[in-house]
Write a protein that binds this ligand. Structure first.
Ligand SMILES: Cc1cc2nc3c(=O)[nH]c(=O)nc-3n(C[C@H](O)[C@H](O)[C@H](O)COP(=O)(O)OP(=O)(O)OC[C@H]3O[C@@H](n4cnc5c(N)ncnc54)[C@H](O)[C@@H]3O)c2cc1C
Length: 430
């Protein structure tokens, strides 16, 4: 039904991203199963839906992971993600995706669409939205939500939308260039909800940078250990990329949330370092013997050549500089046993002092958001404002790198849509 300057719908979903589109389809599907039509509106500020989904997985869209241990999901209310994922488990999200035409294949543990193309995922969602008759209003930035008997949603264009139920699916505050500027937090606060300040996760680390700057653009495989106050916080094997500001790459992304969680008012709550182990213990033993041999066979060469073919040239030089306290022009013959032990020790644990993380603009997901204590994990409905639902990144759940954030967006979106539909059916809405 529509009136001049005002559009009334069964359900308004703010945000046409991964969770909002899943929610809309789940709502319409659930009502269709009961022989009911539905009038669902998605309000999206961008000129197209799924802009962030397009950017996922470097354009390949890593949309899930076979390793579904709940420890890959983080929230201040620890049980919340587990309870939600029990309602809509991965098996259900995979069949939901398959029903709208997204066939997945695993690469290692990670699920991707068979096409390895995020645009085909967005296309499948777009076609399904059309099939279910869901109205998508683009270029529409929601500015306010208020509630009397029903919800009133205003846009920057001055149009008012009204509905008995509203879903906030507008994402978190990371990657604002893709539309997610944390708008939902303000509305949630105005509606009486507690919101935890957003922090970046799956993001680069800022470290003391004299070494990383010199190696900017180079990468290596390493076991990365994050240490705070002499305690191991996280460990990850994978690619590490050196950059002017510090460290990047998959292994770094995976531990970055643990750094972010320990930043308060811009400062780390305790000293932190990242330690890179470049070789297994058995290899280090062999390298140690080789270096002692080179002291004889390469005696007359500069120390700069000591790690020839053991590490790439520039990385070798910087590691030697970190391990030794003299110019690399001195002769290899001048190295003591202690020096060789120090070089090997640096390969075992090459330390970088952590200063913090890059900002939300560079992050892939947001830590923080709407307090899960105030939402029902069985429905995603607010416990404070009946008829208000949240799903996706706007709520205080973040996942590890590896498909867990899209998994959360799909599971929580489907649950919100299904629950809103069940509520509408219970209340006999035609
Ligand atoms: C570069 C990058 C790569 C990523 N890769 C992966 C990956 O491979 N695997 C993975 O699992 N996760 C990945 N993520 C994270 C994942 O994309 C998000 O966690 C997920 O999209 C969140 O879904 P959502 O529906 O909550 O939010 P979004 O998908 O961000 O959708 C929110 C939508 O709301 C709209 N919106 C915001 N404010 C308003 C407003 N005021 N009015 C109207 N509309 C509004 C936005 O424009 C946006 O379209 C990646 C993120 C980034 C930035």
């Amino acid at each position: 039904m529509s009136t001049t300057g005002r559009r009334i719908a069964d359900l308004i979903i703010i945000g046409g991203g991964a969770s909002g589109m899943s929610c809309a389809i789940a709502f319409a599907k659930s009502r269709r199963r009961e022989g009911k039509s539905s009038d669902v509106l998605i309000l999206e500020k961008n000129d197209r839906v799924g802009k962030k989904v397009l950017a996922t997985g470097n354009g390949r869209c890593n949309l899930g992971n076979q390793d579904m241990q709940v420890s890959h999901f983080h929230s201040r209310k620890e049980d919340f993600p587990k309870q939600v994922l029990a309602q809509v488990p991965q098996k259900e999200t995979l069949s939901f995706l398959s029903e709208i035409g997204i066939i997945t294949a695993a690469e290692g543990n990670k699920y991707f669409p068979l096409s390895k193309s995020s645009s085909s995922v967005v296309d499948a969602f777009r076609f399904a939205l059309t099939e279910y008759g869901i109205e998508v209003i683009l270029d529409t930035e929601v500015t306010e939500i208020c509630k009397d008997k029903i919800f009133h949603v205003s846009s920057q264009k001055g149009v008012e939308y009204a509905a008995k139920r509203v879903v906030i699916a507008c994402g978190g505050a990371c990657a604002p260039a893709l539309g997610t500027t944390g708008d939902g937090y303000r509305w949630l606060r105005q509606l009486g909800h507690k919101v935890y300040a957003p922090k970046p996760s799956i993001v680069q680390l800022v470290t003391e940078n004299s070494v990383t700057k010199a190696l900017a653009g180079l990468k290596l495989e390493a076991e990365l250990t994050l240490v705070s106050d002499d305690m191991v916080i996280a460990q990850q094997f994978g690619e590490v990329l050196f950059a002017a500001y510090g460290l990047s790459g998959p292994a770094v992304f995976q531990v970055s949330g643990e750094v972010s969680r320990r930043v308060r008012k811009g400062n780390l709550t305790a000293p932190m370092k990242v330690s890179l182990r470049l070789f297994e213990e058995a290899d280090l033993l062999a390298i140690s013997e080789e270096l002692s041999r080179r002291r004889e066979t390469m005696a007359g060469r500069p120390v700069d050549q000591l790690l020839l073919s053991i590490l790439p040239g520039r990385i070798a030089s910087m590691l030697l500089k970190s391990a030794l306290d003299r110019p690399l022009s001195v002769l290899i013959s001048s190295l003591s046993d202690k020096d060789i032990a120090r070089i090997v020790a640096t390969m075992r644990a090459w330390d970088f002092v952590v200063l913090g993380t890059q900002g939300l603009e560079n992050a892939q997901t947001t830590i923080g958001g709407a307090d899960c204590e105030e939402f029902a994990p069985e429905t995603m409905e607010s416990l404070l404002v009946p008829g208000l639902y949240c799903c996706g990144e706007v709520i205080d759940v973040d996942g590890d790198c590896g498909g867990y954030n899209l998994q959360w967006a799909f599971s929580s979106g489907i649950l919100a849509g299904r629950s809103a539909s069940e509520a509408s059916l219970r209340e006999g809405e035609s």
